[in-house]
Design a protein around this ligand. Structure first.
Ligand SMILES: Cc1ncc(COP(=O)(O)O)c(C=O)c1O
Length: 503
């Protein structure tokens, strides 16, 4: 069996392995029952991590092309009939039916991180989830019960695609108190802000269009833009947010279709865009006539520093689309988010949403309306800010306690994350392996960049783990970092440079 890896190809290594083994199986070059090499042996032979081969094998298993057999290792199933027959009828071979998305396949990073975070014993500093301890479950249960008593079947039937009208009214009032003066028909309810990213991409972008993103930026947004076939050009972020002077030159040259920014407590960097830059950005976007998609996901979670108005609150020309979510300030299982936009845009987004999920959960929207109008959201937010400020300080102190030369971070004024620059001598693949061994996970920084960053970054979350876990998690993580500064082995760097994270 011959597999070759091309690190200049731009396709993640594990997908190259999947593609080649799949082709060999489908072309019957390897017969049913053939034993694939053990993961570690193949990893050594190709000069990749074992995790890369594990992910490739997992993918082939999910396609029904191979299977792990006790005592026999990993074996090839029949290409024509990967699944065993039942009563003489052949099972459909799904692997022949999936569209080949090639290099465009979505990155499994988020799925892998979530899956690993749920494993017993693992401390997760990787995910962007709220604290399970402070999810208002009991309150939500009471609200649902009341909604069901009062609304009966109506709370379970359909609702307009743009959202449950009383919720849109409540949200317009709530957003107006935040400086975003809007009417209910300028607010659309979404099934999470990820849906807002997908819909915006679908409505505004055509293949080949350029989108301006920040460097770093939210990787889930890049996935949505990529899926729409857009090209991304990035503008660096510093202490004052997106470097708007750099943007100015790019606008002239690239004529982008969209500018995507997370101006307040940016994910992943935690940075807040200065008021002056917000003014400059709005002026540039209005001057060139380019829409801004502003993600305000973390804006409500401010622990220190002065309030800076959202771009939407400062927008005089209708150039800003404001996207937000209840996932970070309540709980992600609710799957509710919002978009504030001119009516014309809401209409187009709703048409697009209709083909995606018809509307967001009806009883969730009814309960959310109560959550806002009865003041529960506001008091929950007040409590959350205190808890998360404490957790942020626990993480800051834990990082301070064991300083590593060349490791740098700023204490975030809000949001969910510490964004840390690691010493150059830290080997990326080795750090992932060491962290996995120590049962801690983190988000590697490079998927947050369009182009390979010149520094080595990681994102650490302080809201999901409880304070004792934050301390233990940071201690494990720093041990992993120290372990990954080991003297370099000849050739190690070059061999690992092309691998994608399998976290
Ligand atoms: C910036 C940003 N946008 C969107 C999302 C996804 O949120 P939702 O659960 O609302 O789809 C996240 C979650 O991490 C995020 O950080």
């Amino acid at each position: 069996m011959k597999i070759s890896i091309n690190r200049d190809e731009g396709t993640p290594i594990y997908r190259q392995i999947v593609r080649q083994i799949r082709e060999m199986i489908l072309a019957s070059q390897v017969p049913a029952g053939f034993r694939l090499p053990p993961e570690r042996r193949l990893a050594d032979a190709l000069g990749v991590t074992r995790a890369t081969v594990v992910t490739a094998y997992d993918e082939l298993k999910s396609e029904g092309l191979i299977d792990a057999r006790v005592g026999r290792g990993t074996v090839v199933l029949s290409a024509k009939n990967p699944d065993p027959s039942v009563d003489g009828l052949r099972q459909l071979s799904w692997s022949h039916h999936f569209r080949d998305e090639g290099a465009r396949q979505p990155d499994p990073l988020v799925r892998n991180l979530l899956e690993m975070s749920m494993r017993p014993g693992v401390i997760s500093l990787a995910v962007g989830l709220p604290s399970p301890q402070y999810v208002p479950a009991q309150l939500f249960q009471q609200l649902i019960q009341r909604v069901m008593e009062e609304g009966g079947a109506h709370a379970l039937l359909q609702t307009p695609t743009e959202g449950h009208p009383p919720l849109r009214e409540a949200m317009a009032r709530w957003l107006t108190t935040r400086g975003m003066h809007c009417s209910p028909d300028e607010v659309m309810v979404l099934s999470g802000s990820q849906q807002g990213l997908q819909l915006t991409a679908r409505v505004l972008l055509s293949p080949g269009d350029t989108v301006i993103v920040e460097a770093p930026t939210y990787f889930g947004a890049m996935e949505a833009f990529r899926k729409a076939g857009a090209r991304m050009v990035s503008v660096p972020v510093d202490d004052g947010g997106m470097q708007v002077d750099v943007l100015s030159a790019l606008l002239r040259h690239h004529r982008p279709k969209l500018i995507y920014t997370l101006p307040t407590f940016q994910n992943p960097s935690g940075v807040v865009m200065s008021l002056e830059r917000r003014r400059q950005l709005l002026a540039l976007a209005a001057g060139y006539g380019i829409p801004i998609l502003e993600e305000d996901t973390y804006a409500e979670l401010r622990y220190d520093g002065a309030l800076v108005p959202s771009l939407k609150a400062m927008d005089a020309t209708g150039v800003v689309l404001n996207l937000g979510t209840f996932s970070k300030i309540l709980f992600p299982g609710l799957r509710l988010g919002w978009m504030v936009a001119p009516r014309q845009v809401i209409r187009r987004l709703a048409l697009s949403k209709q083909t995606e999920d018809l509307h967001s959960s009806t009883f969730g929207q009814w309960a959310m309306e109560r959550m806002i109008t009865e003041g529960h959201l506001e008091s929950h937010l007040n409590g959350l800010r205190k808890v998360y400020r404490r957790q942020r300080d626990v993480m800051g102190n834990a990082l301070d306690a064991s300083r590593i030369d060349g490791m740098r971070w700023d204490v975030p004024l809000g949001g969910y994350y510490f964004w840390c620059e690691l010493p150059r001598a830290v080997d990326r693949a080795r750090l992932s392996a060491m962290a996995a061994e120590l049962a801690v996970n983190f988000l590697p920084g490079y998927p947050c960049f369009v182009d390979e960053p010149s520094s080595h970054w990681v994102r650490l979350n302080f809201t999901f783990p409880a304070p004792p876990e934050i301390e233990e998690g940071v201690s494990r993580f720093l041990r992993a970092v120290k372990g990954a500064i080991a003297p370099r082995q000849q050739g190690w760097d070059r061999r690992q440079a092309g691998t994608r994270p399998i976290v």
